[in-house]
Design a protein around this ligand. Structure first.
Ligand SMILES: Nc1ncnc2c1ncn2[C@@H]1O[C@H](COP(=O)(O)OP(=O)(O)OP(=O)(O)O)[C@@H](O)[C@H]1O
Ligand SMILES: [Mg+2]
Length: 509
């Protein structure tokens, strides 16, 4: 396996004998956007190539071309040195290209086993009868390899996002893969699940599988990749050997500037109590009490399954409250539905934006103004001009990368969809805004824009409850942090008292 790496003007080109994939001079345009402009990558047997770039940089487009979801405008693809014209997903799969997509593609009405073997069912006998027994057995094995306890007969619709993600991973590794692509695979995984994914990656690597790994989490890029390619605005900035670079360098390549001050915290005047929660109990948690002040950012930290999402759903009227009280501005508020929450000016930016936060086939402008249709026009006639203006303002302010406010949200990159959900609630001017992992899947530059916006909202008098699993994030922007474990509060810290160790130990106790 002789190979050497040659440094050529900022680009490490691999001169391997065992390159399995070359994508050369790939260009792809969509109406109004050049998603990829003359991008080339190569991939060796048994290596992990990271792909980094801001939201909308073209990462997912590149792999969708490889997977046969999109047809390139120009450029060439070679698999094992042979030119490969990929015309569809079935063809890509048949040649050993497996993809775990950024957006979950599991089918909610089907079981875990059915999802894993969709399109590739195991059959037996001359009449090709579906061999359920074999499939369930194989599903068991795959889930065991992934170290998860999941019933192969469970219906997908009943699973959490992280469980759905695990099913996608099982599907991808269910057949021998030559090239395995993972687009943000850990976005919904806990630290523990991420580690089991990494051990699977290492096993596959050792077997010679070539892996493309897309993530916004630099820590993961450093832990798991051998080389990393950075894209910016659809162009390749360069490819580096991971061990020869550092976070600052990569961020600079990604955003084209040096980001030193990652999380600036603006001190905002904190006012009176706006919300008080007393001994609240619902499915997923119990005995929760806390107070929230005007202008305050209250962080909630906990590991997966700690009850954080159940709690915020209850505050938003989407999870039935069993006992306890919620007071808003000193008065008892009966929040029995999301619309009751909205009446009390409580907004939620949900975790699963695809299922709960967005109308995917509608445009950017409709989505941003969705929560506020009542403000836009007196009758059913929505004031289109006003709608455009309002949406346009947010597109500029938080830098939503879209050709226009008319663009279907479906076609935006993952991170830009997240910004649309956020804009919707910013536009609604809620008094209390609940954010569930607001920067998940959002790139470093956009993260900072979102933090600034959150702080602006506080300055204008809103209060924020923010769930985040990212310790550096919660430690630097929350004024106060509450930790949760197994459905209960386990600790509370002011920002200057909190530390990563304290939060983690309380979240795991
Ligand atoms: N089907 C489509 N129709 C129109 N435009 C699209 C489509 N798919 C992608 N784009 C556009 O192409 C550009 C690149 O998007 P892509 O999804 O590849 O970005 P990304 O790097 O994966 O971003 P993220 O980190 O947010 O996932 C974006 O401007 C996006 O809006
Ligand atoms: Mg993407």
């Amino acid at each position: 396996m002789a190979f050497s790496i040659v440094y050529k003007g900022g680009d490490i080109l691999s001169e391997y004998n065992d390159i399995v994939l070359r994508m050369e001079n790939i260009t792809k345009t969509f109406p109004g956007v050049v998603a990829l402009d003359d991008v080339s990558i190569d991939l060796k047997k048994g290596e992990v190539l990271g792909i980094l770039g801001e939201n909308g940089a073209g990462k997912s487009t590149l792999i969708k071309i490889l997977a046969g979801n999109y047809i390139k405008d120009s450029g060439n693809i070679y698999v094992d040195d042979e030119k490969f014209e990929i015309k569809g997903t079935a063809e890509a799969m048949a040649s050993g290209i497996r993809v775990i997509y950024q957006e979950l593609n599991t089918l909610n009405n089907l079981t875990v086993t059915e999802n894993i073997f969709i399109g590739e069912q195991i059959v037996k006998g001359p009449f090709k009868i579906i061999d359920w027994k074999a499939m369930i057995k194989k599903a068991h094995e795959l889930l065991n390899i992934l170290n998860v306890k999941l019933d192969p007969n469970a219906v997908i619709g009943d699973l959490s996002i992280s469980e759905k993600q695990v099913v996608e991973i099982a599907k991808a590794i269910s057949k021998e893969a030559k090239i395995l692509v993972m687009d943000e695979p850990t976005a919904a995984l806990s630290a523990e699940e991420t580690q089991s994914l990494f051990s699977i990656i290492n096993t596959l690597k050792a077997k010679g599988v070539a892996i493309i790994y897309i993530s916004h989490r630099l820590k993961e890029i450093f832990e798991i990749t051998d080389r990393v390619t950075v894209l910016r605005d659809g162009k390749k900035v360069g490819t580096l050997k991971t061990k020869n670079t550092d976070a600052n360098k990569l961020v600079e390549m990604m955003v084209g500037r040096d980001i030193k001050d990652m999380y600036p915290k603006k001190e905002v005047q904190i006012g009176d109590y706006v919300m008080e929660v007393k001994n609240l109990k619902a499915d997923g948690f119990e005995d929760i009490s806390f107070k929230l002040r005007k202008g305050e950012i209250l962080g909630i930290f906990g590991l997966l399954g700690a009850g954080r999402t159940s709690l915020v759903k209850a505050l938003f009227g989407a999870n039935k409250i069993r006992s306890g009280q919620i007071l808003i501005n000193g008065k008892e508020a009966s929040i029995k539905s999301p619309s009751a929450a909205r009446d009390k000016r409580v907004g939620l930016v949900p975790l699963d934006r695809k299922a709960e936060g967005l109308a995917l086939i509608m445009g950017v402008k409709e989505n941003i103004t969705l929560a506020n249709i009542a403000d836009l026009g007196k009758s059913f006639l929505i004031d289109k001009k006003n709608e455009r203006q309002k949406a346009g303002k947010w597109v500029d302010e938080i830098g939503i990368r879209t050709p226009s406010v008319d663009q279907e949200v479906n076609s935006l990159s993952g991170g830009n969809q997240q910004k649309v959900v956020l804009a919707k609630w910013l536009e609604s001017g809620s008094q209390i805004i609940i954010l569930n992992e607001p920067t998940r899947g959002v790139d470093v530059g956009a993260k900072i824009e979102i933090y600034k916006l959150i702080e602006d909202l506080c300055e204008r008098g809103s209060s924020i409850i923010m769930i985040s699993s990212e310790l550096p994030e919660i430690l630097s922007i929350a004024d106060r942090i509450i930790t949760m474990n197994k459905g209960r509060f386990t600790g509370q810290y002011l920002r200057n008292e909190a530390s990563e160790e304290k939060l983690l130990s309380k979240a795991c106790q």
